[in-house]
Design a binder for this molecule. Sequence first.
Ligand code: HEC
Length: 109
Amino acid sequence: MIKIANTSIIILILTFTYQVHAGSYQAGKEKSQVCAACHGADGISQIKMYPILAGQHKNYLIHALNEYRSGIRDNVVMKGFAAGLSDQDIADLSQYFSMQQGLKIPPLK
Ligand code: HEC
């Protein structure tokens, strides 16, 4: 009985931990309003100097945003925007942009 109770507690903790870092599409969409000025609506930038975020791998986006926040990626513009993001914000934004339709690369002939 004690074993079952312990297992349940561990599962509960794991579920909670996963949810905290999972990232929410809806929350990401709301938080992405500020990013749209440069990265475009739904992450499709129309201006070449701003990278397209739509359809990028989620882990890549998380990694990039962490690096701007910590300064490993040294970019004045993005450092300013990433500095105020929490881990949860980064997870939500990355979830949202990774689920957008990115550019389609035509198949090789
Ligand atoms: C004022 C314009 C501007 C805004 C607003 C902005 N960015 Fe950026 N972002 C840039 C520029 C410029 C770069 C390229 C920086 C570089 O060369 O490293 C960039 C790069 C990135 C990258 C790296 C892309 C890659 O392919 O490596 C990510 C991820 C990103 N931005 C996310 C965001 C998010 C999320 C927000 C909103 C919280 C945001 N940006 C708001 C200008 C902006």
